[in-house]
Design a protein around this ligand. Structure first.
Ligand SMILES: Cc1cc2nc3c(=O)[nH]c(=O)nc-3n(C[C@H](O)[C@H](O)[C@H](O)COP(=O)(O)O)c2cc1C
Length: 197
């Protein structure tokens, strides 16, 4: 698959097989992440690559507790509304049983933290597609990136004191009939282009 094809056919996967990703494939995905551009070539992304089911479960439990304590307000972002409502009910899961969750941390005091994290995550998602793996951006850890219980747990996992999570991605083999990711082109309803010649 060439580069443009891998970009154009990348779609989010939200149903995974429990199968582990081969270490060589994961290494290639992380290499793609580390080669992403960064503001001023700062290279301050810190990739927390979580393959332990137990750790993922603990993260789910921490986020559920935090969301359950939040209230839905008139202007609450739709996906966050869902997270709060589902957490209050119990059983909120945001990782879709993927075998790998990569949380991308960066420096709190760095103005390009979110942009650098986004470049790396997009590279990982495109690389995953090229390797016949599914992926999906996961935003819950960013929404809660100042939650003390989450910060403490991520610190125990290796996040540095001056870092916070600005995005995350899950990767794994899609639970589809073909075993391949959905690669349908996305109908466009926005993403306007204005040419100025
Ligand atoms: C910044 C950002 C945050 C996102 N957060 C989530 C998320 O938390 N959970 C999820 O299932 N999908 C999430 N997505 C995936 C989008 O829903 C998805 O990219 C969009 O619907 C387009 O579909 P596609 O990825 O299949 O092209 C996120 C995407 C981006 C770029």
């Amino acid at each position: 698959m060439d580069a443009l094809q891998a970009i154009l056919t990348r779609r989010s996967t939200r149903n995974y097989l429990p199968d582990a990703i081969e270490p060589e494939k994961l290494d290639r995905i992380l290499e793609a992440a580390r080669q992403a551009p960064s503001g001023g070539n700062n290279q301050t992304n810190h990739f927390l690559v979580i393959r332990s089911r137990e750790v993922i479960q603990k993260l789910i439990a921490i986020t559920e507790t935090a969301f359950a304590h939040m209230e839905i307000e008139e202007n609450t972002y739709t996906s966050l509304k869902h997270a709060i409502a589902a957490s209050k009910k119990g059983g909120y899961v945001f990782c879709y049983n993927a075998p790998v969750l990569i949380a991308v941390a960066n420096r709190r005091d760095y103005g390009n933290n979110l942009a650098d994290c986004a470049c790396a995550i997009e590279n990982m998602m495109v690389a995953a597609n090229a390797l016949d793996l599914g992926s999906c951006w996961i935003n819950q850890l960013r929404w809660l990136n100042e939650d003390q219980a989450l910060v403490d747990y991520l610190r125990a996992l290796g996040m540095r004191e001056n870092e916070r999570v600005y995005g995350a991605v899950i990767i794994g083999y899609p639970a589809t009939e073909s075993g391949l990711p959905n690669r349908n082109l996305m109908a466009q309803k926005g993403n306007e282009i204005t040419y100025i010649d």
